[in-house]
Design a protein around this ligand. Structure first.
Ligand SMILES: Cc1cc2nc3c(=O)[nH]c(=O)nc-3n(C[C@H](O)[C@H](O)[C@H](O)COP(=O)(O)OP(=O)(O)OC[C@H]3O[C@@H](n4cnc5c(N)ncnc54)[C@H](O)[C@@H]3O)c2cc1C
Length: 336
């Protein structure tokens, strides 16, 4: 465990905004947790910093989760249970599983961040969500100061949501994930762009590694690289509305993308709505909306968290005025 006082968090968040922490504690092993306290009102657990916007300094302690390790716990009848410690880089875990002949994570290739944050918002991409392969989450309960385990159902996963992000936010530190991966590959290519990318690569019956490569190529083309321009991926969730509300919007906006989900609800394409309102490529100082993808807000250099948040509010307000639908941010906004 290492400690430092008055630390700049600029290199710890993918937006690259400046904010300071009173103290930073790096966790290297589970035993580090035993003597520590956590106050959700002023402390913060940080993974790769790719799903938050620091709109203020952190008055308390930032815990950097760097607990490492990946292993196969069981491997029978074509199904393996893999355990990954929370401090592993998510994409390294995807590549490691593929190198061990295990499939299930390929569609989730190249999502930035660490494994420990993956259950927080039930990461998802290209038609697959973490909840499709997650067996259980190991966590540290800051309140009762003991190790706890949550089954897939206990995690209360939803679209970009879980108990760790909503009802129990700040109560648990995720220490490890157990994933159920398969030795028999079943491609999931329902996301249309993925099939098209594989066709471009002249691959008709892809292996899991080829699906991973196709996802990597698509992501590199579509999303700005945080190493070059600060961002946190999609800044807004696709809003969920009743199918009746979606149909009524469709009659006014025939090109509005809709995706049917369970329970007579539909997801609306937030990126399309933002682009329709004219925001794509917009820039105000160093805060902007990506030219590549209207759902991604970017820091062109020295924007503050507050400036990015102010732009997000304007985007959201104009979408509400046009469509009558409220956009909800996907990253966690840290207001201090
Ligand atoms: C270019 C880009 C593309 C992206 N694409 C996708 C995508 O396709 N799909 C998707 O779902 N997301 C995507 N994201 C968002 C992000 O990568 C994921 O949400 C990722 O899981 C965040 O991991 P992190 O370690 O960076 O989390 P952080 O940003 O460090 O933390 C996010 C939240 O989780 C909490 N947290 C972190 N670690 C722990 C822990 N061990 N225990 C308890 N709480 C913890 C933090 O306190 C914070 O509230 C993208 C981001 C970027 C920049």
């Amino acid at each position: 465990m290492r400690r430092a006082d008055d630390v700049s968090l600029r290199r710890y968040n993918s937006f690259g905004v400046e904010a300071r922490a009173r103290e930073v504690v790096q966790l290297d092993s589970l035993s580090d947790l035993e003597g520590l306290n956590f106050d959700p009102a002023c402390d913060l657990v940080l993974g790769g910093g790719s799903n938050l916007l620091l709109a203020n300094d952190i008055e308390g302690t930032v815990f950097l989760n760097r607990i490492r390790g990946m292993r196969i716990l069981s491997d029978r009848d074509g199904i393996a249970t893999v355990e990954a410690a929370a401090g592993e880089i998510w994409h390294s875990l995807v590549l490691w599983s593929l190198a061990h002949g295990l499939t299930g994570l390929e569609n989730l290739s190249l999502i930035p961040g660490l494994a420990g944050a993956a259950p927080l918002q039930n990461i998802g991409a290209y038609g697959v969500e973490l909840s499709d392969v997650l067996e259980s989450v190991q966590a540290w309960d800051w309140q009762s100061r003991e190790r706890v385990e949550f089954s897939n159902t206990d995690c209360q996963f939803g679209y970009r949501d879980s108990r760790f992000k909503s009802g129990d936010a700040g109560r648990y530190l995720v220490t490890a994930l157990r994933l159920r991966l398969s030795r028999q590959f079943e491609p999931r290519l329902t996301y249309s762009g993925l099939g098209e990318q594989l066709a471009k690569m002249e691959i008709s019956s892809p292996t899991a590694r080829q699906v991973s490569q196709a996802v990597i190529m698509l992501r590199k083309r579509k999303l700005p690289d945080p190493a070059l321009v600060g961002n946190a991926g999609s800044f807004f969730k696709n809003p969920l509305v009743t199918c009746e509300a979606a149909d009524s919007l469709r009659s006014r906006f025939p090109d509005l993308p809709l995706f049917a989900v369970e329970g007579r609800h539909c997801k609306l394409g937030a990126g399309w709505m933002i682009e329709h309102c004219g925001w794509k490529g917009f820039r105000e100082g160093d805060a902007g909306v990506s030219e590549r993808h209207a759902l991604v807000l970017v820091n062109h250099g020295h924007a503050s968290g507050g400036e990015i948040l102010a732009l997000a509010d304007k985007v959201s307000e104009s979408v509400f005025e046009t469509f009558g639908v409220r956009l909800e941010p996907e990253p966690r906004i840290i207001r201090g």
